[in-house]
Ligand binder design. Structure first.
Ligand code: ADP
Ligand code: MG
Length: 693
């Protein structure tokens, strides 16, 4: 059955033999609606049935295909209610073995006498005799076997859809598209890096002729998927630049004065990144820029400079952060810094009273407030601006694309700056933030001593406690983080309380111990935190609310209980809370687990202080999905590629993506039309979102 119309992949799967309304409904649950969906519904794993033996060669433990006839009849015995056993003897010219099926009524009448069948199953030795349980079977008629003697795909499924139904649907879909689909990759590219043909790869990803064919097919499909992803993101970035006219902020020499007035000298990296931002802001296209920098690299001040510049051009600026703790802190720093320049900064968080919030909203609408710093409260409907020109989100990993977009919509094509403290290697950043320009602050302010990290167990507690006491007596402060956070509030409250009790009554009766946990109101948290900032608390016991951004220079010890329960990126964030001043700082990780992974993670933390390296290791040890939450970044789901495992392919892809765009910026050449079409399909949602704002 061949159909040469171009759009065969867009046809409903109901056009396939054996798929009616009801089955189509089940397939829809797997997000399979069209022929195209079906042929790109890739197997989860494979079962290798390709080893074929004579019955006489079979031995215990083999997983093999073998040919034979059924000798005599299939016998049935009812062992008990709900358990029927069907037995038969299979033989060939070299030997015989017993086949046993459990509760498979259909086998009773399945076999014709003298007819050869192919079987596949696991061979088991039972009381000296070979048996095979629940073997798969099919008529052997000289045609190529469908379910035996080959590598079989295993698909993610849903109840009501057996592997066999999916397999045969995929098979018919592949037959249908044979000769009717165009290869999205340009021919020169396939030649240059020896990629196999599209149809060949589709066929072999589902029904590979050999492991080698499977590998080649997978390589090409991974390459193709990543290429389309990368090209899509890069073209979105280009089109955002080209089509969206933004604000051309004025040159602002006064910013040099502000830089002079800072309490410290900017690092070269901070300077360079601010220059990149300045250039973006002064150009008439919309800025979409990501600032990456390790914890403590000084991103906040760069944000402050950009906000200053926006205000001096007559616009308002907004800075959104994930917690009110962080909002307060930025408000203090930026508010104080810019007050001298007659710039009004306001704070807006969910914990403020209705009246306070209303006041800020009024001022923003009227334009009497220049800069607002706040939490998610900023994206609430009643917040409006007179002329919002610059939107910054800090600790980007805590926000989704949607929240960012919601804030952007409050202005008229405002410039956007995104700051992240989970720095990631460039190769990955190009995928995850492919639609943003990237600046990297790759230098820490001078005089910072690397935090010393120790991995310890319970037996070390007395010594650690003595150490904390000594530091406190010298005037320093400590954090103790316990991990039971949001998951179970009951547990959480109890354990955080118990821990605080134990720490204040037993471990440090002589020190001032404070407690922060998820059950406190934001106001209460602010209160405790303020005491810590003012040095009225020596030891702060906390859940992970201090994870992002908190900056208390005098704190030099970070103790993390049950460190094995945290991800590496999170541990690195927590560790980044100390080592912010000029005193030597320490991070102490209590590891309660013997597991290999836990030990590897602790070792990773101990041996490096570099956030980029940490995130790379996190990828190794956890896998990228968990770490990044690709969905949240607004990136289409990956069907076959794995950002960590396929990192080498990704590097190659990036080279070719640039090469293709260099020759054909808008993918208008005929040879790139397949790619363009695929990008449209994969980025449908993202493209909709962009045209919204
Ligand atoms: P992060 O990049 O983690 O957000 P912050 O912006 O909170 O880092 O900066 C960390 C600390 O370093 C702050 O106390 C800040 O005032 C200080 N800082 C920033 N830049 C410099 C600099 N160039 N020299 C000295 N200290 C700096
Ligand atoms: Mg920060």
């Amino acid at each position: 059955m061949k159909n040469h119309s171009e759009d065969v992949t867009g046809l409903s799967i109901e056009n396939l033999k054996g798929i009616g309304r009801e089955r189509a409904r089940l397939f829809a649950k797997l997000n399979i609606k069209t022929i195209g969906d079906l042929i790109t519904y890739f197997p989860r794993e494979y079962e290798d049935r390709s080893s074929v033996k004579k019955i006489g060669e079979l031995s215990d433990g083999d997983c093999c295909s073998f040919k034979g006839v059924i000798k005599g009849r299939v016998s049935e015995s009812r062992i008990r209610k709900g358990l029927s056993v069907f037995k038969a003897v299979i033989e060939d010219e070299t030997g015989a073995l017993q086949a046993i099926w459990f509760n498979q009524r259909h086998v009773a009448k399945a076999f014709k006498p003298m007819q050869p069948y192919m079987f596949y199953g696991k061979i088991i030795k039972n009381v000296g005799k070979l048996e095979v349980h629940n073997p798969v079977y099919e008529v052997f008629d000289g045609e190529e076997p469908a379910s035996t003697c080959r590598i079989m795909p295993v698909y993610p499924s849903t109840s009501g859809l057996s592997q066999n139904i999916i397999r045969s649907a995929v098979r018919s879909a592949l037959d249908l598209v044979d000769g009717a689909i165009t290869d999205p990759l340009p021919a020169w590219l396939k030649q240059e890096i020896l990629l196999k043909d599209y149809y060949y790869c589709l066929k072999n990803i589902h029904f590979p002729d050999s492991m080698k064919d499977l590998k080649q097919a997978r390589y090409r499909l991974v390459f193709e998927e990543l290429l389309i992803l990368q090209l899509g993101l890069l073209s979105i970035r280009e089109s955002l630049k080209g089509s969206r006219k933004g604000i051309a902020f004025k040159k602002c020499l006064e910013v040099e004065q502000l830089i002079e007035d800072l309490p410290f000298k900017l690092t070269n990296a901070q300077r360079r990144v601010f220059r990149e931002i300045e250039a973006d802001m002064e150009s008439s296209t919309v800025m979409n820029r990501l600032v990456q920098g390790d914890v403590g690299s000084g991103k906040t001040v760069v944000a402050a400079l950009a906000l200053f510049k926006a205000v001096r051009s007559g616009y308002q600026g907004a800075l959104m952060v994930p917690t009110s703790l962080l909002a307060e802190q930025h408000y203090r720093f930026i508010g104080n810094l810019l007050e001298r320049y007659n710039i009004k900064t306001s704070l807006l968080t969910g914990s403020m009273s209705k009246k306070e919030k209303q006041l800020v909203c009024d001022e923003l609408r009227e334009g009497t407030t220049d800069i607002v710093i706040g939490t998610h409260a900023l994206i609430e409907e009643n917040v409006t601006f007179r002329n919002l020109g610059l939107v910054i989100t800090d600790e980007q990993h805590r926000f989704g694309v949607r929240q960012r977009t919601a804030l952007l919509k409050k202005g008229e094509n405002p410039d956007m700056l995104v700051m992240t403290a989970t720095p990631i290697p460039r190769t990955l950043a190009l995928i995850l933030y492919g639609d943003l320009d990237i600046s990297i602050i790759n230098e820490l302010p001078p005089g910072r001593m690397p935090v010393k990290t120790y991995v310890v167990d319970e037996s070390m507690r007395p010594r650690i406690n003595a150490f904390i006491r000594r530091e406190v007596l010298e005037g320093r402060q400590a954090y103790i983080i316990c991990p039971l956070v949001e998951e179970s509030e009951q547990m959480d409250l109890q354990s955080a309380n118990e821990l605080a009790q134990r720490i204040s009554k037993e471990d440090f009766p002589d020190l001032k111990v404070g407690l922060i946990h998820g059950r406190l109101s934001p106001k209460e948290i602010e209160g405790v935190m303020a005491q810590f900032v003012q040095g009225k608390i020596d030891v702060l016991v906390s859940t992970t609310v201090v994870e992002v951004g908190v900056d208390v220079k005098n704190a030099t010890i970070m103790v993390i209980e049950n460190a094995e329960r945290f991800g590496l990126a999170q541990l690195h964030q927590l560790r980044g809370r100390v080592g912010r001043g000029t005193h030597q700082s320490y991070c102490i990780l209590y590891n309660q687990s013997d597991s290999r992974v836990a030990r590897d993670r602790m070792e990773a933390m101990r041996t490096t202080n570099d956030g980029f390296v940490v995130s790379e290791m996190d990828l190794h040890l956890r896998g990228p999905g968990e770490f990044f939450g690709t969905r949240q970044h607004g990136i289409p789901d990956l069907k076959i590629a794995n950002l960590y495992r396929d990192i080498e392919v990704l590097k190659k892809v990036q080279y070719y993506a640039y090469k293709i765009l260099y020759g054909d910026r808008n993918l208008e050449h005929a040879e790139n039309s397949g790619l363009k079409k695929m990008i449209k399909i994969r980025f449908e949602e993202r493209l909709k979102e962009i045209s919204l704002n």
